[in-house]
Design a protein around this ligand. Sequence first.
Ligand code: NOJ
Ligand code: CA
Length: 570
Amino acid sequence: MSAALLGREPEHTLAWWRDAVVYQVYVRSFGDANGDGIGDLAGVRERLPYLAALGVDALWFNPWYPSPLADAGYDITDYRSIDPVIGTLSEAERLIAEARELGMRTIVDIVPNHVSSQHPWFRDALASPPGSAARERFWFRPGAGAMGELPPNGWQSIFGGSAWSRAGDGEWYLHLFAPEQPDLNWEHPDVWAEHEGILRFWFERGVAGVRIDSAALLVKDPRLSEERPDAEPGDHPFVDRDQLHEIYRRWRAIADGCDEPRVLIGEVWLPDADRFARYLRPDELHTAFNFDFLACPWEPGPMRASIQSALSAHAPVDAPATWVLSNHDVTRPVTRYGRADTSFAFESKRVGTPTDLNRGRRRARAAALLAMALPGSMYIYQGEELGLPEVEDIPPDRRQDPMWLRSGGVDPGRDGCRVPLPWSGDKPPYGFSPNEQAELWLEQPTDWSPLSVAAQSADPGSMLSLYRTGLHVRREAPWGSGAELRWLPYGEQVIAFARGDRFACIVNFGREPVELPRDAMPLVASSELRGSSLPQDTTVWLYLSTNRATFEPEPNRTDNHNENDRGEGR
Ligand code: NOJ
Ligand code: CA
């Protein structure tokens, strides 16, 4: 019987996530409708046509739940409602439905590793004595030292300092992030049941999938063994432990049991590509963020290797790779790629590094077209399509990120990539808020007028126009059904590949221009081509106008590799 007769969508529409473009909405900085200077759900609803016109398939919302905001909403007090500052549950339901009418699915952020210290479970635990059942849902332990005055072990918080804090009665509790984010005990059945209920709750409200925060950290070694530098993969006391897979198998069964199957997307930071791929086995997560590509320096060798390694690791588990250039945790690409050393995505590593934003913008454009051409799904973090730079001069008293606070101001933290978007006009709030006098939760720079959506919409050469064009051409799938990528021999300073018979993507990292094949027609280029040659830090998409030609380099004219090995190159 056909899929249509069964009342189900055909298989290829069910697998929409395999090549989806997912746009990450950081609600507090997207658009403010009620004029209090904080982005809200009404602000997103008003701007849904912008997102639909951009050409994205799904929206991922950072946590939108009630939260004391010790970590920008990743400290949740109630997983089944909406932070009243940004909206209501019924508004979220309307938003989900409206987005779907415009062709965009919704993904919500689920935070299973920890709750807010204001969550009823943790309040209950603190109000209960050591050894009580309420404390079993967390990691409470007596301290070390003669008086229990030392943390139970040496585990460090990802935000800096010990991963343990002391409760009033002297017991210690574990928090891999801030002290306001106590870790849940995934050995406890309540924790399993609660999260299964949360998944069902949001699936019933029409969300198409969940992004799972800190997905590789949930399970801890109950012996609290110390971290060992020589540990085998899977033998770390709190990263990538084997029991995690049982949790995700259970979640997958819930997701697959829905009328329209739902998607599980893991935030999995693991250096080992094969360990990473284990989360993507057919009965576990559907996809996971590819942070290796995000963190890769703007250099052809490492980038080619990163792409190849992602594709090779995903193939055996039949999962699509994902391509991510930015998110709310890392330095904006325009700034990152504008630095002399592009090898780190994290602010803490790059304090005070000189930055050439023009070069960064050019490379970010080239990177965007590269990412859009790769097989798999792609993530765009709001403002990336506007080419916003990292805001580096936020006054200390306005910074919010616990990374800044916990490092005593040494690490500038992640506020610089979370600044409210500029929509129109020539001064803050640039149409972000209807209230011209509103004090925004994070200040916008005063030179963002040319970066606003309105300004860029009018300019065919803008970053926004490039994203719009690239995404629209991508929708047409110029590679046909060819998911496979074939590397083309263009030398070491170039990343070049074909997909299907007629499509190729060529990125030139080197100083020497690359001669393009004569029979190929450029579809989109990230910067202007010089006649038939591709300049440095530029990506082009090519379409073969006849099926006789190939994408091979022009003979004798493209030995870019040798030219560049001599000089300073890029
Ligand atoms: C990853 C999130 O992306 C980040 O913003 C957050 O601080 C940590 N997980 C803790 O939830
Ligand atoms: Ca608001």
